[in-house]
Design a protein around this ligand. Structure first.
Ligand SMILES: NC(=O)c1ccc[n+]([C@@H]2O[C@H](COP(=O)([O-])OP(=O)(O)OC[C@H]3O[C@@H](n4cnc5c(N)ncnc54)[C@H](OP(=O)(O)O)[C@@H]3O)[C@@H](O)[C@H]2O)c1
Length: 357
């Protein structure tokens, strides 16, 4: 006998029986379930159910095991499907600019099993990691866009300021059926398209930094020339780094940039200032850093795992007259967090517009 989370006695044999049963269900359902979302939903429903019968330790052990199974099988399934999908649709994917974001894309594509035979990279000063990657995977690495040749997909992961120099030189390699995927902040579809013949399909996308650990969110929009197949292909390539959402109008992309594109920096700033405030309140720096980092990361993870809105989660941890309430009174004051974030997002949106052509 053991005790569940509420202290009641539970039959451990029955618990382990249900563990085995759940793992069996998970394994047998993998043939149909390849999407991360489906697996997440499955995991959560199992988690919710088990919470009522499991002891905390066996519950956590089980969840870890399930997560491992999910990841392993999911990666295996997606890798096969992904390779197949991309192989059927493209001859070559050329990545122009292998910095932070370009590097994250290559890494995710190869993690998911996209054959490196499909890849080609252009970067004038590739980092050691990119060089090593290209060497190990036999991926052609060019310093100059003039050497790139034609490809069915060009992914533009250069800085917006570099596009004026790069795009005109790419012109001779772009055909009518070429797909251009741009992740450049602020650069409009029309501006990109004006460098090429009129029939070129352009997907404008805005990823964000957690892409480098596969936890990014990308918002995208396609021009009318992009075919359904190309759109699916773009979604497949972009979803390697996390979620993908399609927006209805291109003018939303400036606000998207200001919210999810730049957003991770706001969260890092929150952690940074929490460390400063903690040291000002008398904590040693190591302790302050650890507490701030784990708090921001843990709260983010809880938000991700919870079905509740952020406002509900906030209210749940705020007892009237308590310590959190005292802090929130400051943060939610008239010149507090909301006003500041409004101003910050408006400034980023304006800057994104200015970066356009
Ligand atoms: N970082 C983010 O969180 C984020 C989020 C959303 C969107 N974006 C967008 O993603 C794009 C890339 O950002 P990033 O943060 O990855 O920047 P980055 O690290 O500076 O990467 C840009 C890369 O392009 C290379 N490059 C420069 N000139 C080139 C040329 N002529 N041909 C080919 N490659 C060239 C750069 O090389 P050098 O280093 O030698 O100049 C660098 O490796 C930007 O347009 C940005 O707006 C970034």
């Amino acid at each position: 006998m053991a005790h569940d989370w509420h202290g009641s006695r539970v039959n451990t044999r029955r618990v382990f029986h249900s563990v085995g049963m759940y793992l069996h269900i998970i394994k047998s359902s993998f043939t149909q379930r390849t999407s991360t979302r489906a697996n997440e939903i499955l995991l959560r429903s199992i988690e919710t159910h088990l919470r009522t019968v499991q002891t905390k330790r066996t519950h956590q052990k089980l969840i870890r095991k399930i997560e491992h199974e999910l990841r392993f099988n999911e990666t295996k399934n997606i890798a096969v499907a992904y390779n197949d999908y991309v192989r059927r649709r493209v001859d070559k994917i050329a990545l122009i600019g292998a910095g932070k974001m370009g590097g994250a894309l290559i890494q995710s594509w190869t993690n998911l099993g996209l054959s490196s035979d499909n890849l080609i990279i252009v970067d004038p000063k590739p980092s050691g990691i990119v060089r090593k990657f290209a060497n190990e995977h036999n991926v052609p690495l060019h310093e100059n866009v003039d050497e790139i040749g034609s490809s069915s997909v060009f992914v533009l992961a250069i800085k917006p300021q570099e596009s004026g120099e790069v795009l005109p030189r790419l012109r001779r390699f772009v055909r009518n059926r070429t797909l251009i995927i741009s992740i450049m902040a602020g650069k409009t579809i029309r501006g990109i398209q004006s460098n090429f013949q009129s029939g070129v399909g352009v997907v404008r996308a805005m990823p964000n930094l957690p892409a480098i650990i596969g936890r990014g969110i990308t918002a995208a929009i396609a021009n009318e020339i992009v075919t359904t197949e190309q759109r699916e292909l773009a979604a497949a390539l972009l979803s390697a780094t996390g979620g993908v959402v399609w927006v209805a109008e291109e003018n939303m992309m400036d606000a998207v940039t200001a919210v999810s594109g730049s957003g991770p920096a706001y969260v890092f700033l929150l952690a940074e200032y929490l460390v400063k405030a903690a040291t000002a309140a008398g904590l040693p720096i190591e302790l302050a850093s650890r507490l701030a980092k784990e708090t921001v990361a843990g709260a983010g993870e809880l938000l991700d795992h919870s079905d509740d809105d952020p406002a509900v989660l906030r209210r749940n941890v705020t007892s009237p007259g308590g310590t959190t309430a005292a802090a929130l009174e400051i943060l939610m004051g008239s010149d507090g967090f909301e006003a500041l974030l409004n101003k910050a997002v408006a400034a980023a949106t304006k800057r994104s517009r200015e970066l356009a052509d």
